[in-house]
Ligand binder design. Structure first.
Ligand code: CA2
Length: 142
C-alpha cells in the first residue's frame, strides 16, 4: 500500500511561530512521524510540501494510478482552492483531510473547506498525530 501525504503553504514553517495554535513540533518532526508510521504499519509513505497551488495540483495529478490513498492538509488553500478540489476529483483517489489546529474553533473563513467536499474523512485539532490517524484510517478502509 502506498500513501501520499501532501502539505500546503507554510506547513514547512511549523514550530517557528504560533505554537499556541499549531504546537511546538516542527516540520522535521512531522517527517519523522511519517517515517515511523510507514515502518510500524509496513506501508510506503511519500510526502510532498509546496507553497504553490499549481504545484499541489500537479502533484495530485502525478499520483493518478500510482498511490492508493492521499492524506492532504492544503493549509490556507483549504479555504480557497477549487483547483485542488477538482484535482482530487479528477484522480479519484481516496483522500483524508487533516488540519493540525481545530479550524472549527477559529475564524469563520477557516470553517470552509473545498478539499473537504471530496475527502471521505476530516481530522482536525489533533496536532501532528492527526496525520497518523488519517494514514491508519486509509489503511483500514481502502
Ligand atoms: O490547522 C491546519 O493544519 C491549517 O491547515 C494550517 C494552515 C492554516 O492556514 C489553516 O487554516 C489550518 C497554516 C499552516 C501553517 O502556518 C503557520 C503560521 C505561522 C507559523 C508557522 C506556520
Amino acid at each position: 500500500m502506498k500513501i501520499l501525504v501532501i502539505n500546503g503553504p507554510n506547513i514547512n514553517m511549523l514550530g517557528i511561530r504560533e505554537p499556541g495554535i499549531y504546537g511546538k513540533n516542527t516540520f522535521a518532526d512531522l517527517l519523522a512521524l511519517l517515517e515511523q508510521t510507514a515502518q510500524e504499519e509496513g506501508i510506503e509513505i511519500e510526502q510532498y510540501q509546496s507553497n504553490h497551488e499549481g504545484c499541489l495540483v500537479d502533484r495530485i495529478q502525478v499520483a493518478y494510478g500510482k498511490v492508493d490513498g492521499i492524506v492532504i492538509n492544503p493549509a490556507a488553500y483549504t479555504h480557497t482552492s477549487v483547483a485542488i478540489l477538482d484535482a482530487l476529483k479528477a484522480v479519484s483517489i481516496p483522500a483524508v483531510e487533516v488540519h493540525i489546529s481545530d479550524v472549527d474553533a477559529r475564524e469563520p473563513f477557516r470553517q470552509v473547506s473545498y478539499a473537504g467536499l471530496y475527502c471521505c474523512k476530516t481530522i482536525k485539532g489533533h496536532g501532528l498525530e492527526g496525520y497518523r490517524e488519517a494514514i491508519l484510517y486509509l489503511k483500514n478502509n481502502i
